[in-house]
Design a protein around this ligand. Structure first.
Ligand SMILES: [Zn+2]
Length: 237
């Protein structure tokens, strides 16, 4: 994953170190295509024991270069967790519950960076789940209900990876198989994940993709994340 420097520099991204941790910097990448273009924000590596997300970003950008949008990308949000392969950072904090109180240096710096950027039109957040057997995702939408978007993502992912069958996942009832349609409110008022922070900033649409980290090989999870990213991107062009 140290190859992000080479990969994104070669593709014309600007590199910004937004914080320094004991395991190296948190790097944000951006590449603007023009004000008239939509902005897509892609994040991964928030939980250090969920490798498919960062690797899917790498694979996505090695395969294709979709130039027509503005890109914001944070591929490794938790360097100390990635180094130790732990969900939490080195201080034992779950960064994806810290976007309201911002007690961790990582989230403080990352939230400040996000506040300097244009509010994205689409946020894609890559995660994994240790307890499920198939792919699922959260949608947070501030606009009109457009269920076909979710179904298209599931149809694409289904070609490479099973969809989670449980009707109840991570304490949420699914709307349809594999699809949690989440209110733009945190489950616990003080524990905001990144997707809630983005929704509160006015980001109209976010998808948080979850691949089953125990149930399937890494390569298949990376393919599932890639299929989901491409399907979601089809909605924004
Ligand atoms: Zn996660």
């Amino acid at each position: 994953m140290e190859s992000f420097d080479e990969l994104f520099s070669r593709r014309g991204f600007d590199r910004e170190e937004i914080a320094m941790t004991a395991a190296g910097p948190i790097v944000a990448w951006s590449r603007m295509a023009g004000e008239a273009r939509p902005t897509v924000y892609l994040s991964a590596g928030m939980h250090g024991d969920e490798p498919a997300g960062p690797l899917a970003i790498e694979a996505f950008w090695r395969e294709q270069d979709p130039r027509e949008v503005n890109w914001l990308i944070c591929p490794i949000l938790n360097p100390t967790g990635i180094q130790a392969r732990t969900r939490d950072n080195a201080e034992g904090m779950d960064l994806n519950r810290d976007y309201l109180l911002q007690r961790s240096l990582e989230v403080r710096a990352h939230a400040a960076w996000l506040e300097k950027q244009v509010v994205p039109d689409l946020f894609l957040s890559l995660h994994e789940d240790w307890e499920t057997e198939g792919f699922y995702f959260y949608e947070i939408s501030l606009g009109e209900d457009q269920p076909y978007r979710a179904r298209r993502i599931l149809d694409e992912v289904r070609t490479v990876c099973p969809i989670e069958k449980n009707r109840r996942i991570d304490d949420h009832e699914v709307r349809e198989e594999g699809w949690i349609h989440h209110e733009p409110q945190a489950d616990f008022p003080d524990s905001w994940p990144e997707a809630i922070f983005l929704a509160k900033r006015g980001c109209p649409l976010s998808f948080t993709f979850e691949t089953p980290s125990c149930a399937l090989p890494l390569a298949q999870r990376i393919s599932a994340q890639g299929a989901a990213i491409r399907a979601a991107m089809d909605e924004i062009r």
